[in-house]
Design a protein around this ligand. Structure first.
Ligand code: PEP
Length: 251
């Protein structure tokens, strides 16, 4: 089963509208003629429209960094899936560890957001990952399985075809510590096994599983050589076109 690699950049709470548009244009320039891989950028909400315009005609897909689950209504501070689509987004990051641990988003809330995103035709990039304590006490697989099963509740097989999973060990995000390729592959293989139980084998084989956590130009090639690593979710190194373009052009 061939899965098209996806390199995704999460800009978090960084960049003004002008800075984001300039960075996006420079990344789009670096992706010209790419057909064998996909690229996604997740700017802050304020820059979504400008970034959509800046990458027009390129292979880059635009994502929100989170999303509400209703079309509209009294949800102060939330952005709806319809609003994201209105400014050009086709994808959305959900369950990022910064949402889980800084903003206390739990699996129930993440599931609601995920089902809402799918219902409004956004492609979710669902982030799951264990903390350092959980890894050290040997509960990595248990934690990941719990997050996956709960976050994916009520997702229909027809919707799951569009799903992307990002394995992001919390201890590797923004810390400079990367999981080794063997550690990441072991977990990705496990995640695919859980997806096989939640959906079925053929579908699980088609779902892309990205690795995220201090991905850099220096480690992307070896991570991408692993059979179950289908791309990367990149934070810090996505904020400079030189490093992100190098990551996009992994070999
Ligand atoms: C992230 O925010 O999803 C991430 C992986 O960040 P970094 O690449 O900076 O570790």
């Amino acid at each position: 089963m061939s899965r098209k690699p996806l390199i995704a950049g999460n800009w978090k709470m960084n960049l003004t509208v002008a800075e984001a548009a300039a960075l996006a244009a420079s990344i789009a320039e670096g992706c010209r003629n790419l057909t064998d891989r996909e690229v996604m950028l997740a700017p802050p909400y304020t820059a979504l429209a400008a970034v959509t315009a800046a990458v027009k005609g390129s292979v880059i897909q635009i994502a929100g960094q989170n999303v509400g689950w209703e079309k509209e209504g009294a949800y102060t501070g939330e952005i709806s899936p319809v609003m994201l689509r209105d400014v050009g987004a086709t994808m959305v990051i959900l369950g990022h560890s910064e949402r889980r641990y800084i903003f206390a988003e739990d699996d129930e809330l993440i599931n609601r957001r995920l089902v809402g995103a799918l219902n409004f035709a956004l492609t979710p990039v669902l982030c799951i990952g264990e903390t350092l304590d959980e890894r050290e006490e040997g509960s990595t697989f248990k934690v990941l399985e719990r997050q996956l099963r709960r976050d994916l509740e009520d997702v229909r097989p027809g919707q799951a075809e569009r799903l992307v999973i990002a394995y992001e060990p919390v201890w590797a995000i923004g810390t400079g510590k990367t999981a080794t390729r063997e550690q990441a592959q072991e977990v990705h293989y496990f995640i695919r096994g859980v997806l096989t139980e939640v959906f079925e084998k053929k579908l699980a084989q088609s779902i892309r599983i990205l690795y995220g956590g201090s991905v850099k130009p220096e480690n992307i090639d070896s991570l991408m050589a692993e059979p179950d690593i289908d791309g990367a979710l990149v934070g810090g190194a996505a904020l400079k076109s030189e490093s992100f373009n190098r990551i996009i052009h992994f070999s």
